[in-house]
Design a protein. Sequence first.
Length: 95
Amino acid sequence: MVTIGAGFCQKPSLQHITLAYVLSIGHISDMETSELKALRVKAGMTKAKWADRLGVRWVTVHRWENGERVPGEPVVRLMSLLAEQEAAERKESGL
């Protein structure tokens, strides 16, 4: 369980991610471009699929990973959460 404010929240499925859960992950400092790419690779996704899951264009992911742009902290939190959950789902399914 994750503590959110005074209450508790079950870890949601990928389809039910809430802003409160994303913000509960903790402080995430600026990530290096290699770390951003590592999150995508951990999730086992192409840049196009990763972009689709994040609601951005493929070129945006490309720019983040090449240091041309820097994603905001909420986006990095979301990437971290998605990578963790995708990796867990892949492990459970034996991929």
